[in-house]
Design a protein around this ligand. Sequence first.
Ligand SMILES: [Ca+2]
Length: 253
Amino acid sequence: MSDKKITELNNITSANLSDVDEFVVVDISEDETKAITYGELKQFNVEQKFYFENGVTNGTFDTDTTGWNVEAGDETLSVVSGRLRVTFGADGAAGSASGGYQQITGLTIGKLYSLFVGARYTGTNGTVGVNIQQVIGGTSIVNFYGFSDATNESATFTAPSASVLVRVYGGYGTAGTYVEADNISVFEVDANDDVIHTMPEGWKPKDVFEDGLLQREGAVHDYEVVYDGFDYVVKPTVAPSITTQTCVIGVKA
Ligand SMILES: [Ca+2]
């Protein structure tokens, strides 16, 4: 715990809530300024912003390979025509332990997620795969793999841990060959494969914004709010794109 103080409610996020001992809250119900502890803060019906985004960083490969790493051996990563290209090196490693990967964090164990892959290209390798694994060298939890290019694939998986790896790989590690992939995203979904945003326990949604635009609540509008007896869930009518930033203003339930 630090003695860091927060002077604006907008600065309070789930990421730094546990990091402070004392908040200075402005414009609470009595319209006054006072210092309160985290424990006291929970007594107030204050607003917080919660952000729900695609769990994959830079899954569109607009300009570079930021967020992606070489898994093992001597492969190289590059962006060509707005796609991730994995080029295999001379060591010949292939399959389950060779490719490009990104670690996705912040998953909730036991909750359902969807992996969406906009495109896979066999390139010069002959095969191409995109999968989810728990660890490097581990087994596939979800796997798209084959000898042909493919587009718009999705499949759900249950998070076995708070972090998983999403990988782009080839079936043959022949030096100089490459595979490509583009538009990769991971969203939490409900059992019907609809994208959902689960509010942290004890919070319910007040306002929902998509890319800064206020959304309308209701089944025939932009989103629905569902309460499962434990958590409140925001269910967008139209699934967000891989670049959509959803911000939910939450209040104490
Ligand atoms: Ca792209």
